[in-house]
Design a protein. Structure first.
Length: 83
């Protein structure tokens, strides 16, 4: 069963991911699902141990930025972005 989820990404990453998905004849949703499935199939001690294939690396540039935010702040940011 599919479920909807809201994610926030850098606009440039989204555009690259869309082009990549289209080039490989897959939806962006299914591409994201594939990446999450592969990531969660194994328990990794830390983020650096997650194997990322070359085709995923094509999508990202620079070091990942992880933001710790509370649910309220994320909710506020989401609704502010929808205005």
């Amino acid at each position: 069963m599919d479920a909807k989820v809201t994610l926030s990404f850098d606009q440039e990453v989204i555009e690259k991911a869309k082009k990549f998905a289209e080039k490989h004849n897959i939806s962006l949703s299914r591409l994201t699902e594939l990446l999450l499935r592969r990531t969660t199939e194994t328990t990794y001690p830390n983020l650096e141990d997650i194997p990322i294939s070359a085709w995923v690396t094509e999508l990202a540039e620079g070091k990942a930025e992880y933001k710790k935010r509370g649910k309220k702040k994320m909710k506020d940011e989401y609704f502010d972005s929808r205005k």
